[in-house]
Ligand binder design. Sequence first.
Ligand code: SF4
Ligand code: SF4
Length: 331
Amino acid sequence: MSPRPTPLRLDSAACDGCGRCVSRCKPQALKVGPGYILVDWPSCDGCGKCVDACDREAIALRSAASDAPVKAATAAKSATGSKPAAPVKSAAPAKPAAPATRAPGGPARDWSLPEAVLTVLFAFALYLTMQVVPREVTHAPVWSGVALLAYYAAIAGLLFFLARRRGASMRSAFRLDVAPEWSSLGLAAAVAVGCWLVSVGYYAVVRLTGLKPPVADGPDMVTLFGPGAAGLALTMLVLAVIGPVLEEMLLRGTVLGALRSRFGPWPAIAVSAVAYAFLHASLWSLLPFAVLGVALGWLAVRSRSLWPAVAAHVLYNAVFVGAALYKALGG
Ligand code: SF4
Ligand code: SF4
């Protein structure tokens, strides 16, 4: 008896491992990873939700009229029916990855190079604009916080514009709609702690050598939004949450996403890390920021979701901002 055709056509070469299909599959019949799409056919009910989720056409509904019988072995239920058969790897022939096209009704996730360049230039231009605003504004209590909020609002506006331009929500365009795996969140915590130790060690070595890095010429954290409890909470929110989230969307979302599909993961990680380090505009801090940028880029590439990189960045900043506020308040 010829095997029953499977309801899906799989193209593992077109899959970028985003995991969106996995989160839509209620029977948990799908697994994806580097170079493979696995479907536990006996568990698959052919609902097609994974097809709707995939904008790279790596999964498509098999039309009985147009498709030849499946090449992938169809896993039949065991004779007793008590145990599902082992997942079957897609046997779709390898072919070049699909270009970043926009599937009907769905957004493309691969950012273009002009979009990546635009976001970085925009962020640098904003930073330079902040430098020409009189110090009485950018360094004055509360006004410095307002200037920082304006900076982040402009970044958020650009990211929103880019997402809407391709008909996507912010969550979907920046891989924030894919739930992270628990193991990735554990790695995120390890990355944050590791980078924090690297930074502390780096500044300790700098001090030991007798070098004196100039004191950062920025506004005082304590007076950013005022020294009261509400002001400090707002400072924490902006520096440890809003800033990291937007920076991850910009650098590990747009920049790394655009470069990764064209030049591979490591060049993309390196370029996004260098851009991240330079955006902080401190020569003395280039090294620890570059290390953090590489670690966050690696997390983003390794995870199907942007959340682990966001979590690591938030944790890293929260520790530094919390310690700085504690010290400044005489703790
Ligand atoms: S949704 Fe993502 S993980 Fe699933 S098949 Fe498509 S590209 Fe691959
Ligand atoms: S068709 Fe439905 S059940 Fe089958 S793999 Fe896709 S989402 Fe899962």
